[in-house]
Ligand binder design. Structure first.
Ligand code: TNX
Length: 754
């Protein structure tokens, strides 16, 4: 008997401990205090509804509980255990805040407002442990409210189309992680996706493209799938989605792009372009010269008509009007645009764009709406009431805040989820760059902005551009879990942000994510190459993994790492060329993520001193050491190994420290014209002895490969101490080339001396 008691007590304690350990909410609440006891939600529980304004919230909670397998009823009074929902803005002073009190007999959820109640419901969902027609909720008290009032995720439905089912699921996920806005990017060069009754050709023509690019746009020749692609949302569907989102506390902000990214609309109504066409919706990705004509009044009639229908469908106070990436090429040649500039005394085409945006702003303001525009709307003067969405880093946002405009931060350096989250080869083709989960989590919005201006930063948004989100499954893979890291940055106080803590809560969300078709694999725990340093003649590789209680095992002989391979405890030192293969294992010896494979070349210049004449562009500057650190870059060039010179020549002098005889110098130049990356116009390699009088030993002017161009210069028998590499940059890109008029990027990774 006694024994049985002990066993029971032990079981209860263990059960409570596991439940508490799993009480892992994302985003992390402002205050969470676990208490003793457990509330058991079963068929006898009632959802108490005393305030009619909360009927929708109660129904939503009821639906969630039912989906979790428990049939519960909403009632006005209750005898047994109950969950009651309330609004009390005195008790809960912060906008969107809530107080959640769970005891073993009752749950009380008090919101500052309806939004607060909805957020509290999502916390409750993350707390409960399903099982056997009941949900167990650990007793606790949670006080919570958001850091930023605007917390949003975007989705581009133009480049790829997403079903209404997918969008509903997306909204469910956004609500689950306490976002309050969905920015719906509805129009772009590749397709117009919203029904506008007054302009039927937007449906019959602009919604369709004749084919879609296969693979990454940097690869040439471009290949197309030959399949007509498209679709649009009917106004009926839009209305339903807006309602669906509102029930979950999410505002949908539509984006109608102008004056650029308008090719699909021009295909339907060519008279709205400067040249009159003909135009066709784009089949590949990028920025296109054909934009709305700024000199033609019928363009404004069209846009105002479109916006009228948009405003009728979307109650959001803010409407996004785009404003990004609008080349001025056509406007410069267009008599009507030039005439407009003259009539209004506008000094250049930037001023014309600014005027365009302001004219639209006035129209929307007169109907009690405010515009949001991408940070390009700062160029040529900001429209008086505009909100700026800062995407090319934070610069634009900071400037707009100085001008006392509301700002939404969405820097591509941290929150573009079309960028790679892992550097492994097996990753599906993505836009480029490298934004792992940890980088998203580390984002500190507007950290350099004066306190007095912080209030202009109204919030944050994550981007999901869909050029390479070719399926719904892939979109989920790219967006989650990174959006959850962003959710925490946007909601939780800075002081509570700890990456390890976040990861442990993320691991606790596996079941919930699976409900939404998100395989919560452990790719974020895989081994990464953190740092490469050198000593003369040696390369040091620093590895890390966030796998809890895990171990990293590695090999240098080409074999696959297993549990008996070398145990990583400190940087791996290589004095000879080899390929490092490393794998993280968890506590139970199971492989976490995939194998890191890193070839390393140790050569005569490894760790040598490098002197650069010009500085690489900040974004492409891993430090001059990267030229001699033994690691070559990949064709994704997102590995912090490539040095990129924008417009300027690449010139480096490598000092071997003493005279030596060398056989050859090898290096790679990148050539991706569709990414504005151009190999040198002229490459010259010169060598010198101690006396520093350089002799040119090699020149090359032709780089024929689209991608990585290997160069090998045979040196002969000269005694060499210094090696000078001089690469002439293409400079301004010529007309007819992608990015014409902008600066070419010259990129080199490693100089191997043998
Ligand atoms: C830039 S972000 C764009 C989009 C592309 C995206 C790809 C912005 C305002 N414009 O049109 O889809 O890059 O990452």
């Amino acid at each position: 008997m006694l024994k049985r008691h002990w066993l029971l007590l032990f079981t209860i304690c263990w059960w409570q401990l596991t439940i508490q350990a799993q009480s892992s909410i994302i985003p992390r609440p402002v205050a969470y205090r676990p208490d003793a006891g457990v509330f058991v939600l079963d068929a006898d529980t009632r959802l108490l509804l005393t305030e009619p304004a909360l009927a929708g919230a109660a129904q939503l909670l009821q639906r969630y509980v039912q989906e979790a397998g428990v049939p519960v009823a909403v009632a006005a009074s209750s005898g047994g255990n109950a969950i009651s929902l309330k609004v009390d803005s005195n008790r809960v002073p912060d906008l969107e805040g809530y107080l959640l009190q769970v005891t073993s007999t009752a749950i009380t959820l008090t919101g500052h407002d309806l939004a607060g109640v909805l957020h509290g419901i999502q916390s409750l969902r993350q707390l409960w442990q399903p099982g056997n027609a009941r949900l167990r909720i650990p007793a606790c008290e949670m006080t919570d409210h958001p850091r930023f009032g605007y917390r949003s995720m975007a989705l581009d439905v133009s480049r790829h189309f997403f079903s209404i089912d997918f969008l509903q699921q997306y909204i469910d996920l956004l609500a689950l992680y306490k976002f309050n806005t969905f920015h719906w990017h509805l129009t772009d060069d590749q397709g117009w996706r919203i029904e506008i009754k007054k302009y039927p050709r937007l449906q019959s023509v602009a919604a369709w493209r004749s084919a879609t690019l296969i693979g990454h746009k940097k690869e040439t020749p471009h290949r197309f799938d030959g399949k007509r692609y498209g679709g649009y949302y009917t106004q009926q569907e839009v209305k339903q989605l807006v309602r669906y989102a509102a029930q979950r506390g999410i505002t949908i902000i539509p984006e109608i792009e102008m004056p650029g990214h308008a090719l699909a609309a021009l295909a339907a109504y060519p008279q709205l372009g400067c040249t009159g066409g003909p135009y066709a919706a784009a089949r590949f990705w990028g920025v296109f010269d054909d934009v709305f004509c700024a000199g033609n009044d019928s363009v404004f009639t069209f846009l105002q008509d479109v916006l009228d229908e948009v405003m009728y469908l979307f109650p959001s106070t803010r409407i996004h009007i785009g404003g990004d990436e609008c080349p001025k090429t056509r406007w410069q040649q267009c008599a009507r645009c030039q005439q407009r500039m003259k009539a209004l005394s506008l000094k250049d085409e930037h001023a014309l764009q600014s005027w365009f945006v302001q004219r639209i702003e006035q129209y929307l303001n007169s109907r009690d709406r405010q515009i949001i525009g991408w940070d390009e709307i700062l160029e040529g003067g900001l429209a008086p009431n505009a909100t700026v969405m800062s995407w090319r880093g934070e610069e634009g946002g900071l400037q707009a805040a100085q001008q006392r405009h509301p700002v939404i931060m969405t820097p591509e350096t941290h929150v573009y989820f079309d960028y790679y989250q892992s550097r492994r080869n097996r990753e599906p083709v993505a836009a480029g760059h490298y934004t792992p989960l940890q980088k998203v989590y580390s984002y500190r919005p507007a950290a350099t902005l004066a306190d007095s201006l912080q209030r202009y930063i109204i919030g944050l948004e994550g981007q999901a551009w869909s050029e390479y989100l070719v399926s719904e499954q892939q979109a989920r893979y790219m967006i989650f879990p990174r959006a959850m890291a962003l959710a925490e940055v946007a909601w939780s106080p800075d002081s509570l942000r700890q990456y390890d803590h976040f990861l442990s809560r993320l691991r606790g969300q596996t079941r919930l994510l699976q409900q939404y078709g998100i395989t919560a694999d452990n790719r974020f725990d895989e081994v990464v190459l953190d740092k490469v340093t050198t000593r003369p003649g040696a390369v040091l590789l620093t590895l890390s993994s966030t796998a809890p209680e895990g171990a990293i095992r590695y090999t240098l002989d080409g074999s696959m790492p297993g549990l008996n391979s070398l145990h990583y405890t400190q940087p791996v030192v290589l004095t000879r060329s080899a390929t490092l293969k490393a794998q993280a294992f968890d506590r139970l010896g199971r492989a976490v993520g995939s194998v890191l494979e890193q070839p390393v070349t140790v050569h005569k210049a490894t760790g040598a001193a490098v002197q650069l004449t010009n500085k690489p562009l900040a974004r492409w500057d891993p430090g001059s050491e990267a030229l001699v650190n033994g690691i070559q870059g990949t064709h994704r060039y997102n590995d912090a190994q490539w040095l990129g010179f924008s417009g300027s020549d690449g010139e480096a002098i490598i000092d071997l420290g003493s005279e030596q005889s060398i056989g050859q110098v090898r290096m790679n130049w990148l050539n991706y014209h569709w990414q504005r990356i151009w190999a040198p116009v002229v490459l010259e390699i010169a060598v010198a002895d101690e006396g520093k009088s350089f002799k040119t030993v090699f020149t090359q002017t032709h780089f024929g490969i689209n991608g990585i161009n290997p160069v090998k210069a045979v040196i002969g028998t000269l005694p060499v101490r210094y090696i000078r590499i001089k690469a002439i940059n293409k400079g301004l890109l010529p007309p007819g080339e992608y990015g014409a008029g902008s600066q070419a990027l010259l990129m080199i990774d490693e100089v191997i001396v043998e």
